[in-house]
Design a protein around this ligand. Structure first.
Ligand code: FAD
Length: 304
């Protein structure tokens, strides 16, 4: 079909950029798994890799240790996540300075979820940064970090309207953010509509789609509910009846993610952020489909 011949994703013309998100490990076994994932994905030469900051600052030391290890043992550029939750400005400023001293030059600045978890009412910590916008200003005051922020194609659950959410993103950019990563989504129409609205509002920074390969449908669906991301019926149907069939589930997950990213490439999207869940195989395969190939000089052990 003529339509197929014109697909950018099949033309070899797409110049794809990727970034990978990891979470800090809780124990030695998880540390090994994380490092296997980092080692496998590093040769794909991502633009950056980000490391999350546990709810309420619960991973403060572990996030720091993980980004430090990435700096010391790889050629990857880490972005450390940071939230405002349950900490005074002084505490948060200490974390920011410690990141800088460790060689981190990129922060993903977030307000964070309420102490009671996503869905509970948010209250700023007394003496803390009240919003992500305030946090960005604080970071920029301390040092010349690159700052990335979140964006919500289906709206943040606490926001009053779609336009209010775009205004909030605009405020974060005015405060100094130069890139956004979206909450994950499964219907590309949500992302493309958000992108259109943001561009119409004068937002020009890159807005990377956050892609989550569905390692476990039930878990992903329950997480999506809390974050305001919708789970379409067609997606549930694709995983139906596979609870006890992990091998088929993995093939379906690969097919679902492949369809999503290739459709985005056809729509002109060239940069992707993957929520890896500290597992490499699905993400590696999707990156391969996108045309990325391992480069030995970019590997994780390169700087050891
Ligand atoms: P914000 O941008 O701060 O928005 C939150 C709400 O406040 C929205 O309703 C928004 O419209 C409103 N708002 C924002 N700015 C203003 C303003 N200036 N004036 C008025 N209203 C405003 N959580 C973690 O705990 N650790 C992580 O590492 C982490 N990483 C994440 C990475 C990404 C890419 C994403 C998308 C989310 C991540 N989260 C993380 C989840 C995030 O902390 C929660 O979604 C949280 O509820 C909101 O924080 P935020 O910075 O994303 O939202």
């Amino acid at each position: 079909m003529a339509h197929d011949l014109q697909r950018v994703s099949r033309s070899g013309r797409a110049r794809i950029g990727v970034s990978f998100e990891f979470f800090p490990p809780k124990n030695a076994e998880m540390e090994t798994a994380l490092w296997e994932a980092v080692t496998r994905l590093a040769p794909l030469a991502p633009n950056f890799v980000s490391v999350t900051y546990g709810a309420g600052g619960s991973t403060r030391e572990r996030t720091h240790a993980t980004v430090s290890r990435i700096i010391n043992e790889t050629r990857l550029k880490p972005a450390a996540h940071l939230t405002c939750v349950a900490a005074t400005r002084d505490d948060v400023d200490d974390v920011i300075r410690a990141y800088w001293d460790a060689g981190v030059r990129h922060i993903v600045a977030l307000r964070g979820d309420p102490v009671g978890g996503a869905g509970a009412a948010y209250a700023a910590h007394p003496g803390g940064y009240e919003t992500s916008t305030a946090l960005i200003k604080g970071i920029r005051k301390i040092a010349g970090f690159e700052v990335t922020v979140s964006a919500y194609p289906e709206m943040h659950p606490e926001t009053s309207s779609f336009d209010a959410d775009i205004d909030a993103l605009k405020a974060k950019i005015d405060a100094g953010a130069t890139r956004a990563i979206t909450q994950f989504f499964f219907d590309n129409a949500h992302y493309l509509r958000f992108l259109e609205k943001a561009r119409a509002r004068g937002i020009a920074i890159p807005i990377l789609p956050g892609i989550v390969p569905v390692q476990n449908f039930k878990q992903t669906a329950s997480f999506a509910k809390k974050t305001g991301a919708s789970v379409p019926q067609w997606l549930a149907d694709r995983f139906e009846g596979l609870d006890n069939d992990p091998a088929t589930r993995r093939l379906i997950a690969a097919a679902v993610a492949a369809e999503q990213v290739l459709d985005l490439v056809d729509a002109g999207v060239m940069d992707f952020h993957f929520y890896t869940m500290n597992r490499a195989d699905l993400v590696y395969a999707i990156c391969h489909l996108l045309g990325l190939r391992a480069r030995a000089e970019a590997g994780a052990g390169a700087a050891i």
